[in-house]
Design a protein around this ligand. Structure first.
Ligand code: OOG
Length: 262
């Protein structure tokens, strides 16, 4: 049976309730096995629409499951994208409150700041570089609404790819000044190194990863807008954190970004 509009709205409500009430829920596909990838992106768009009606703004996009490390960790082998809204932006000087989240994890990412509109279905990494004004260090906080962070691809897409919060470092670097695949990152938790990586972990080049998202958006008649921020995908596996923890991502050339949790 195909998913009706009403079923899609029910799924949106189910996911919004889980987020607002900070509780894990069963995967959507348990009840709606007919959820396809295409429908999952429809549900994601409806979910963002509901958030925008609630007063937030769309400020860009994020990539998910772009690195081998992440794909192997989750047992899925395809990239995905989600949408970033203004309420997700967290600030380095304000600790993230664990009461606002279910079971958060942090990932180091390279953020792209888009200087001109970019839409199409044949967009390359070079096109992305041309349209990008700056890159910066970022930490994405993911917080799947699903029990034990376990899901199928359509489940995670409907859940806006586990998006919860993100932090951007204070150093904006012109994109032409850095070699993105070679940018190294060291992640620490309470000053202990927990994981390391380089930009190339993200589909070989973070700009290629952003191009992938633009092409996917293009298939739906959407694209990047001047002023958007794009998180190009986790470079390493995700690191769980709890109240009292401090997570830092130190990037070559981009400086560092720090998250503390209370
Ligand atoms: C899905 C989102 C992963 C990334 O950068 O790989 C993600 C998840 O693992 O919950 O944002």
């Amino acid at each position: 049976m195909a998913l009706t509009q009403e079923m899609q709205q029910d799924i949106v409500q189910y996911l919004l309730d889980a987020e607002q009430e900070r509780r894990e829920v069963l995967k959507v596909t348990e009840n709606y096995p007919e959820l396809t990838m295409e429908k999952a992106y429809d549900v994601q768009q409806l979910l963002i629409q509901r958030k925008i009606e609630g007063g937030t703004r769309s400020i860009g996009y994020k990539l998910g499951l772009t690195s081998k490390a992440k794909q192997e960790m989750m047992g899925v082998y395809e990239a995905i994208y989600g949408e970033l809204t203004s309420d997700m932006l967290a600030l380095e000087w304000e600790p993230v409150n664990s009461k606002d989240l279910i079971h958060p994890k942090a990932e180091p990412e390279i953020a792209f700041f888009i200087g001109e509109d970019l839409q199409g279905t044949n967009i390359t990494g070079e096109d992305v570089i041309r349209a990008t004004q700056y890159v910066a260090a970022a930490i994405e906080v993911i917080d799947s609404r699903y029990l034990d962070f376990k899901f199928t691809l359509p489940d995670v897409v409907a859940d806006n790819c586990s998006s919860a919060k993100f932090l951007i470092g204070s150093k904006m670097v012109p994109v032409c000044d850095v070699d993105l695949p070679e940018l190294g990152v060291v992640m620490t938790k309470n000053s202990q190194v927990v994981t390391t990586g380089a930009g190339a972990a993200v589909l070989g080049d973070p700009a290629v990863s952003v191009a992938w998202a633009v092409n996917k958006l293009g298939e739906r008649g959407l694209g990047l807008r001047k002023g958007d921020v794009v998180l190009s995908g986790a470079i390493t596996e995700a690191i769980a954190f709890e109240p009292g923890d401090t997570i830092q991502a130190q990037f070559a050339h981009l400086g560092s970004v720090t998250l503390s949790c209370v």
